[in-house]
Design a protein around this ligand. Sequence first.
Ligand code: HEC
Ligand code: HEC
Ligand code: HEC
Ligand code: HEC
Ligand code: HEC
Length: 260
Amino acid sequence: MSTVDEHEKDVPSEDSGGKSPSPPEQKGKATAYVIFFFFVGLIASLIVGWIIFPQLLYSQKKQPIDFNHALHVDLTGDCSSCHYFRTDGTFSGVPTLWGCIDCHEEVQGDDPEEEKFVTEYVWEYKEVPWLVYSRQPDCVFFSHAAHVLNGGMDCVTCHGHIGESEHTRIYEENRITGYSRDIWGRNISGFKRNSWDRMKMDDCADCHEEARDSATKDEPRAPLGRLIDNVIRVGFPGTYADNKGGSVQTQRGACFKCHQ
Ligand code: HEC
Ligand code: HEC
Ligand code: HEC
Ligand code: HEC
Ligand code: HEC
């Protein structure tokens, strides 16, 4: 037993005080290692979470045909020859072959995309399986007439500058939900620069809230004001923020406005 004790004395230990040969540099080194590995771990998890995970989460798909909006808008003058409202108020959406066939019964130029379009789709009477960037889940009800005809809103507000583009961009599909990336947006920090960066439930609701505020002639709420309203709504239901007409999402039956 005593031999073990004597042996242990030779081993420099942490609590052997000033007499210990364990030099302060060694302690400093250990701390440096801890800090070093902490940052390595932190950076690695940030890379995984912010770069690798989103990359794995979305699969990339090319549109079947690279469609040139700018060229066609120049030819037709505006959007409504292809994207129009039917007499019953429903929106035509992406055009079918009938919107193209007048000009593309035969190949007119030497653009390989046009040739592919005419030979593989027009001549085969096959609709082009366009991928719709803005497509919402089936449970969401959205009406273009309410926004464009009644609301007087511009396409760019929600879709960005697709109507002026010369090439279709890559469509990204969420592997888990099957939804388009345009719904949740590209910026995973949640920061939104343009109104068309994403179209999640909150984005629809935020704009509706602003529209309600300006309709009731309240000052439009700044983001901080809206945050405070929301905290009050959740924490103290039935108090003032609720009585101001309420958020589109807290009114009774509000969910059924967009989920019918
Ligand atoms: C008013 C006539 C007109 C209509 C309608 C029209 N196109 Fe075109 N399209 C043209 C002309 C002109 C060109 C240029 C021909 C060329 O140089 O190949 C063209 C070129 C193209 C090309 C090759 C250039 C590109 O966009 O990448 C594709 C693909 C195409 N059209 C697809 C369509 C589709 C799909 C529709 C229906 C939604 C359509 N077009 C409707 C006139 C029309
Ligand atoms: C010649 C027909 C034609 C004209 C004119 C036209 N488009 Fe399109 N549009 C298409 C076709 C075909 C697609 C599907 C391919 C694609 O996404 O580019 C499309 C797709 C779109 C989409 C994408 C919807 C989504 O979420 O995937 C938007 C937005 C759009 N068009 C807006 C416009 C605007 C704005 C204009 C007028 C400035 C316009 N388009 C003029 C044929 C047309
Ligand atoms: C208030 C926002 C908003 C405005 C304004 C708007 N859109 Fe959309 N658009 C959407 C949403 C949301 C969808 C997806 C609808 C769905 O999946 O049910 C969509 C879908 C589409 C589609 C694809 C439809 C399909 O076939 O599924 C096209 C094309 C389109 N919009 C074009 C336009 C054009 C052109 C304009 C301007 C005249 C316009 N949009 C204005 C929000 C908007
Ligand atoms: C940029 C502003 C804006 C965005 C974004 C927006 N909306 Fe709207 N929405 C409006 C306005 C304004 C109206 C009222 C239009 C009118 O005067 O009838 C409206 C009306 C509606 C209505 C009709 C309500 C009624 O009382 O008949 C529905 C449904 C709706 N929006 C769903 C949606 C959905 C779903 C989304 C998101 C995918 C969305 N909206 C995005 C501004 C917006
Ligand atoms: C202003 C329109 C709007 C209102 C009001 C609204 N939602 Fe939504 N909701 C959406 C849109 C758009 C999506 C799809 C995009 C997303 O996931 O954020 C969605 C998605 C959802 C989903 C996920 C469905 C899926 O398949 O991913 C649930 C659950 C949901 N909403 C529940 C509710 C409930 C509960 C309410 C009422 C408190 C409500 N929503 C009110 C627009 C709305």
